[in-house]
Design a protein around this ligand. Sequence first.
Ligand code: ZN
Length: 295
Amino acid sequence: MQKISYILKTLIFGGEVSLAVCDTTALVREAIRRHHLSPVAAAALGRTMSATAYLCSWLKDEESSLSVTVAGDGAGGKICVAGDGALHLRGFAERPEVSLPPRADGKLDVGGFVGRCGTLTVIRDDGEGIPFVGTSELVSGEIAEDISAYFLTSEQRPTAVALGVKIAPDGDCIAAGGVFLQPLPGASEEAIARAEEAIAGFSRISSRIEEEGAERIVASFSPETDAERREIFFRCHCSRERISSVIASLGKQEAENIIREQGKISVYCHYCNTTYDFTGEEVAAIFSEEGKHEG
Ligand SMILES: [Zn+2]
């Protein structure tokens, strides 16, 4: 098992299909640690994070960013994941504590957690004017089929997706990852059919990540290939400095009102489950610092 999450990308089937395999075990472990996720919440958020890492791997540069919101009618509420071209990801599930009984086949009931009715929305910002917004209807709430439907309806790119997260009885992540097969524009019908056929062999992708590792999965398609390898990290953009500037933007009057009513200003970051508390003195310092800059 890898201590760092990563994605491998290469071309297969005579260069007609892009293959990506990611091992996101470490990423999901970090999400569990930060958010105290139930096993099914870890599976739902983990699968969404693997899919987001794949989407981020197509961004044109490190400054470009995107977010994926899965808004279904399931017990777990919304799932939100954001990331950038540097493959720094952050994310949360609205109700991380919700547990559900396993499905009849023994798998975690991600579809029940997410819900089968609702939408999957991707907002992509390439730093060039208006961000791209794509939305598709959920298919099963199991994430892989939902992402596949998103690619087809919003980006007109048929993409075969397998996602999995394996959770130990103690709630930790044993293995997590995904396989993505995306025919390039102009790919033959035969290549598209082969991609769809190949993905059917990945119904237990997390076990394959655990037993074989991402490299051997790539090699099973193309032993010769020299896949591009990029690391993936759980990293939030929030910091005390950033929150200070948010407080500064409230204006001195409003900030002082909150201090008077609540004794402090608390700002919560959903993405990494961190609360930033500012005392009256600290808030006063923000505005005196601001004054100095203006002077
Ligand atoms: Zn944060």
